[in-house]
Structures are given as structure tokens and as C-alpha cells.
Design a protein around this ligand. Structure first.
Ligand code: KG4
Ligand code: ZN
Length: 359
């Protein structure tokens, strides 16, 4: 039995958890969204300062709740890449200091490996390889997982991530931050077919399109144009702009097209690669329309679907702990000198456990 203290500070949520053999004993998240909302997005400097303030209290809380003092954990884990460097450093230095102090191994965890692991906090996965759609504020990727740590990226966004598209669209419509939940709430009762928005595609140099890749920047521009058209005075001098923007219809049309494009390309990728299990994780996986559409379409195509539990879709430390348990049980640990990295492809997550791994 291995008990891990896991820490996460890669973006705007400070989080700590105690995880034992892949099960959560205690987990706590301190969200900073209210503070960043004033600026319309994450301010890295503020994020780092808030992590410094929040993390010690969160560690105390989960240790007390789980009745597991830091001194008795088997390992300490922290997200070390990718993310905001100043933010990542907070969990990294805290985790390494605790590990050193108590003579325990330290595991640097790849944030996306954490998101992948979040699905294990729900129903167990069927055996064999699977296709994961990872949709967050920074990433939109289709990853084939063949076994622990064996990743092959089959699709990705060439510009904005799906969550980023939600955030930008919400700003455009005058909704709050983060944009995903704001769009989802605004779309309630809206007519999702009123506006036809494009499903961005990426051309291949040899002709045709990348079948499993995404582009969300055109969608944002199309939404902006639609808003401008609605605000423009009519030829007869009458302004449609006098009327309030149909925010519910715009939000619903936007949400529909994002959900459809994610579901269509994921299913096509899974079927083309004979992968019978599809997994949906990341902050955007909290979106009910996406979850519902994915469920319906997977059922229709005979695919097994696993979705991360709602509570573990957005950033948390429980998922980092689950990923750490898997690495620990494979006999791995990171060097105590391990640094942090703003970028690191998931396929290179193994490099965090090389004896000479120092960024
Ligand atoms: O995974 P996450 O917490 O952080 C990153 O690793 O980026 O994802 C945050 C993203 C934000 O862009 C947020 O707008 C989006 O996930 N999100 C949602 C919903 N809840 C969060 N997008 C759509 N619908 C939601 N309900
Ligand atoms: Zn995340």
C-alpha cells in the first residue's frame, strides 16, 4: 500500500490531496478564479503569490482530514510541467523540500498525465488500449494510451485549446471568467441552431484535411463577426444594436459546434484506429452538453466511454496523486534537483524519472 501527498499549482487552482493506492483519502482545492476574473484571465504573478499563500494550509487540511501526517507518507508528488513557471515552482519546491525533510521519494508529475489519471477516480477502465480526448484550458489532444506511460498523440489543436475558445467567447459575449461554466449557464434555453458557426479544419500540404486535428481560432472570429453584424445599424437606420444581444442563442450555438466537433473527430479517430474505449478528461469535460453528446454517439457506435467524475475534471491534486501512485508502483522517482517546465510533450513524461532529469 502506498500513500502519496500530491500537490498541484500549475495554473490558477492551488490543490493538495492524500491518495492511497489510487483512492482519494482527502482532497482540497483553493480556486483563484474570482481574483483573476477581474482581469478577464489568469495573471501569472498573482497566481504564484496566491499559491504561496494557500498551499501550506491546504497540505495541513488534507493531512488532518486523512489522519496521515506528512512524516508517514510513502512519497511526495507535485505537478512540474507544463504550466506557468512561477506557479509550478510553488508546488515543486514545497514538494521537494517535504520529500527531502522526511527522506521520502519525490515524483514530478506531468499535468496531462494527471488529467488522464483522473478518469480512474470513476468507473474502472476496460483492459487494453484506449483513446483519450483531453480538453482543458491549455490543451486539446487525442492521445492513444497503450499502457502506463505509453502515449501516442493522434490529434491536437493547431491554435486555441477548446477551453481557451470557451474563455475567449465568454469574454466576447460579456460573460464571466472562466468562460466554460459561464457559456454553459448562458446557453440554457438558447436556440443552438440559430447561428451557423464553422467547424475549423486544418489543411494538409498534400491536400485534404487532418482528420483528427482541431482549429478553434476561426470559430472565435466567426462569433465576433456575428456579434458585430447583430450590433450593426440596419440600412434603414434602424439598429438591431438597439436590441440586446441574443446571448443565450449565441452561447448555445457556440457550445453546440464545439461539442460536435470534439465528438465527431474523437469518434472517427477511435474507429479508424480500432480503439473500442474512449476516455474524456480535462476542464472542458465538465461541460454537460459535451458529456451528453459523447455518451449518445459512443453508444450509437458501440464504443465504451469513460468520463472523469465531474469533481475531478478541472485542476485538482487527487488526479496528480493517482498518476503518482502508478509511477511509484513502477518503481520510479524523480531526482530531487528536478525543476519545472512551461512546456513538455506528454510523450516525454518518462523523462521526469531519468536519473539525470534536471530542467
Ligand atoms: O483542466 P483545467 O481546469 O485547467 C487546465 O489545465 O487548463 O481546464 C480549465 C478550462 C477553462 O478554459 C474553462 O473555461 C474550461 O476548462 N471549463 C469548461 C467548463 N468548466 C471548465 N468548459 C466548458 N464547460 C464547462 N462546464
Ligand atoms: Zn489542467
Amino acid at each position: 500500500m502506498a500513500t502519496v501527498l500530491a500537490l498541484e499549482t500549475s495554473c490558477d487552482e492551488s490543490a493538495a490531496a492524500i491518495v492511497r493506492d489510487g483512492a482519494v483519502l482527502a482532497a482540497a482545492v483553493a480556486s483563484q478564479v474570482e481574483e483573476h476574473a477581474r482581469w478577464g484571465g489568469v495573471v501569472p504573478e498573482i497566481a504564484s503569490r496566491r499559491h504561496v499563500e494557500a498551499l501550506p494550509g491546504l497540505i495541513d487540511r488534507v493531512c488532518t482530514e486523512a489522519a496521515v501526517p506528512v512524516a508517514v507518507v510513502d512519497a511526495v508528488a507535485a505537478t512540474v510541467a507544463p504550466g506557468l513557471v512561477g506557479a509550478l515552482l510553488v508546488a515543486s519546491v514545497t514538494g521537494r523540500a517535504l520529500a527531502r525533510l522526511h527522506g521520502r521519494p519525490f515524483l514530478g508529475i506531468h499535468h496531462l498525465e494527471g488529467h488522464l489519471a483522473s478518469v480512474q477516480l470513476g468507473e474502472p477502465l476496460p483492459p487494453g488500449p484506449c483513446l483519450v480526448l483531453l480538453v482543458s484550458g491549455g490543451h486539446t489532444e487525442l492521445v492513444q494510451v497503450n499502457g502506463p506511460g505509453e502515449y501516442r498523440r493522434l490529434g491536437r489543436s493547431h491554435d486555441d485549446a477548446a477551453g481557451e475558445a470557451f474563455d475567449k467567447a465568454a469574454r466576447l459575449l460579456g460573460l464571466g471568467y472562466p468562460g466554460g461554466p459561464a457559456i454553459e449557464a448562458a446557453a440554457q434555453g438558447g436556440d443552438d441552431t440559430r447561428f451557423q458557426l464553422p467547424k475549423g479544419r486544418i489543411s494538409r500540404p498534400e491536400g485534404g484535411f487532418h482528420p483528427y486535428d482541431f482549429s478553434f481560432s476561426g470559430l472565435k472570429t466567426a462569433l465576433l463577426r456575428q456579434v458585430r453584424t447583430l450590433e450593426r445599424p440596419d440600412a434603414d437606420g434602424d439598429t438591431e444594436g438597439g436590441a440586446p444581444l441574443p446571448v443565450a442563442d449565441l452561447a448555445a450555438s457556440f457550445e453546440r459546434v464545439v461539442a460536435e466537433v470534439l465528438v465527431e473527430r474523437s469518434l472517427r479517430c477511435a474507429l479508424d484506429h480500432s480503439l473500442s474505449t474512449l476516455v474524456l478528461v480535462g476542464g472542458v469535460a465538465a461541460n454537460r452538453r459535451l458529456r451528453g453528446l459523447m455518451e449518445r454517439e459512443c453508444r450509437r457506435s458501440g464504443l465504451e466511454l469513460r468520463i472523469a467524475p465531474l469533481a475531478y475534471c478541472t485542476d485538482n491534486a487527487a488526479m496528480i496523486g493517482v498518476a503518482a501512485c502508478a509511477r511509484l508502483s513502477a518503481g520510479l522517482a524523480s531526482p530531487l534537483e528536478l525543476g519545472v517546465a512551461a512546456r513538455l510533450p506528454l510523450e516525454r513524461a518518462d523523462s521526469l524519472y531519468a536519473p539525470s532529469a534536471v530542467f
